[in-house]
Design a protein around this ligand. Sequence first.
Ligand SMILES: *Cc1c(COP(=O)(O)O)cnc(C)c1O
Length: 395
Amino acid sequence: MSNRNISDLHPPSRILLGAGPSNVHPRVYQAMMAPILGHLDPDFLHIMDETKDLLRAVFRTQNEETIAVSGTGSAGMEAAVANLIEPGERAVVCVAGFFGDRIAEMASRYGAEVTRVEAEWGRIIEPEAVEAALKAASRTKLVAIVHAETSTGIHQPLDDIVRLTHEHGALLLVDAVTSLAGCELAVDDWGIDACHSASQKCLSCPPGTAPLTFSTRAVDALRSRETKVRSWYLDMTLLDNYWGGKRAYHHTAPMSMVYALREGLRLVLEEGLEARLGRHQRNGQALRAGLEAMGLTLHAQEAYRLPVITTVRVPDGIDDLKLRRALLYEHNIEIAGGLGPLAGKVWRIGLMGVASSAENVLAVLAALEQELSAQGFRLEKGAGVAAADRALGEG
Ligand SMILES: *Cc1c(COP(=O)(O)O)cnc(C)c1O
């Protein structure tokens, strides 16, 4: 038998500073070893209830309809779109990166008439452009936007867009996959109607669950649908009968993933949301200072740069893949390359959840300095680390 030659499983323990997954907290791994229960065991149902409460605290919402979708961030995104769109309805989707484009693609597959509001990859969506799209159409059901565009490093302001969306009687869907627990987000105070996230970015869990919350307005829209939700697996009404209500079997919950999420959320609240956001802010700032001091150019529009993922341009004459390989194999650090039009043009350095540490900032800068120098890039030795160190001291 050939599999006799396959050894025990020993994947390396990497420092994950890419676009997600990020490093998993040891307590989350520990939680995943807890015994599996029946999917309707009262003890498991209780754990689901606790997870919902923790999710509400981290999303900063009172929304009854707050669950973890079984699946990755895209499953959360697809659940939001599938439930809030009926064939023929209009959706305005903001596209300034890879994930905005994914939402637009999903909305059109669920039968929406999609109007794309576009911006260059690396710039924010301007509220005026959203307003123009809303005015141009008779009736818009849904406006969708990405809060933290992981492909560009842009931190999208939402206040004007929420207001405009509601003035036009539409619902606002926000992709908070990379912002939840890493950037400020207040679902209720900001008036967001639907918001999805993922376990493997700033929550320090493995990929596999997608937090999702619906406001009462979103639930009303769901209840007054004329057609059935086209996805059976992601039908929020059926899912809610398992996560709440009748506790009816729908699908077998991935218990270990729910345990992981529950522990990840507990860690967020233990640290405190404000302290956690402060930590991400500080480390993001230090990384940017270090990169600029090394003579590199940040890609995202100034004043709208995310603390949790930084895009930096690949300098002329530097081999992108070779550098990322060297970081991985020589320094045990993963960073991400660019997506779509930014492929080969930028690196994306994530500082998410437990991986957002001063130690990792200094480690990635030192590794970058060494590998850039090895490829002939001229820089002042030690300048990046020194600038980051200074910024950390000030923060
Ligand atoms: C990672 C990511 C997603 C997709 O999540 P998957 O877990 O890969 O399915 C969606 N939106 C944003 C902004 C992301 O960063």
